[in-house]
Design a protein around this ligand. Sequence first.
Ligand code: ADP
Ligand code: MG
Ligand code: ZN
Length: 490
Amino acid sequence: MHPEYEAVIGLEVHAQLKTRTKAFCSCSAEFGAPPNTQTCPVCLGHPGALPVLNRQVVEFTLRLGIATHCHIRSRSLFARKNYFYPDLPKGYQITQYEEPLCTDGWIEIELDDGRRKRIGIARIQMEEDAGKSIHDVEVETLVDLNRCGVPLVEIVSAPELSTPREAYLYLRQIRQLVRYLGICDGNMEEGSLRCDANVSIRRRGAQELGTRTEIKNLNSFRNLERALEYEIQRQIAIVESGGVVQHETLLWDAVRQETRPMRTKEHAHDYRYFPEPDLVPVVVSSEWLERVRAELPELPLERKDRLMRQYGLPAYDAGVIAEEREVADFFEACCAALRKPSPERYKLVSNWVMTEILRLIAEGAASPEALPIAPAHLAELVELYADEVISSRVAKEVFAEVLRSGRSPAEIVSERGLQQVSDEAWLRELVAQVLRDNPEAVERYRSGRTNVLGFLVGQVLQRSQGKANPKLVTQLLQQQLLPQEGPTVR
Ligand code: ADP
Ligand code: MG
Ligand code: ZN
């Protein structure tokens, strides 16, 4: 970035709440049904149809508000935000305007260097989604109203993010949080998490805020970062050439990789907000609030810190494992199942989770909620390895077998005779065979290129069908490779 300028960024994030039914009617809120099959007079806005607030919407929003340290209003209001759009049959959106449920909170984000930064949350409000227009070149525009009335929260940050990277990390943190809280699946592709970015620039160190633009249509983390980078440069170029940044709404064009004006920013009064006459104020009792507070799970960064403290995990491991609540639960369940728990064994469990388990999830072969191996089985496998009963190669094989059969690792190992062999006489014999069959490698080793040792160890392990204890094999090889009759003279 230009050294004389700094950016100021604030995000408005819309998270679709994972309720079974819509915000104000009993239509299903599920994603992916055939178009226009999940509607009723309420969400289509037929005259006389009356909305009734879904309690779960308030409950979910409370979870988020408490988790972000917001002030929670005991009495909050709904308003109508009026505008015309083909995917909005009612002609208005029910939202919160003057008295939203949650205000003045904060969330901590973790920067790349590990420092934490507190970002203010200006407000979190409940609202309903609009339908979806599908623009098709051939049949023109179609409208799907299934999404009308699906509950959202809008999370408005304070203008306290300073770089596109920080904006990215903030959005990730929000996504992780709503997933931990079980209130939103965070799926950006399906639109359950959407983000508009507000950005302005100012002279470095200046106090007052510059004029901002608002970028819409940021449907991926990558687009958010790219769009902000582009927009910051664009604004700097305008100011540098003596121009003035216009307050406007822009669209991110991911194909051309540029922002484009969408329409001039509506001012609040254009929307003609007014109180929603069909809904009573939302009243949150202190008992309700306290119950939700008591039921809140441990939050992502707290959990990361605890994994480091309690299990001695490196920051990297703790971050990867705490990314998903269910994965962290699985990790802890494995640790709890260890017969001889120790930091070394916790780290081994962590390695398994970060590689094999996360790979299964990434490949779509498993989901965090339904992992195909019992924690006790992974713990057992780790201990078979840690106790040097099996080699790491055999451990991988046994893992695959546990996945296939669901049987216990100890059972598989003893039934298939996979125990590592530390019988010296037998190993000595294998080592001797390998040395005999690989005179060139032996020669190379003796002339100082000792990295062929790995190859020789591999040969012995292969002959033992993976059952030889690699540590012992290495020792035996080194012994036998030592020139018996003094240094070789060449
Ligand atoms: P509006 O009511 O027009 O939507 P808000 O005050 O609610 O405006 O702010 C919307 C978002 O824009 C917030 O996330 C806020 O942090 C951010 N924002 C406000 N002013 C600026 C600015 N000058 N530069 C960057 N972001 C800003
Ligand atoms: Mg706003
Ligand atoms: Zn409905």
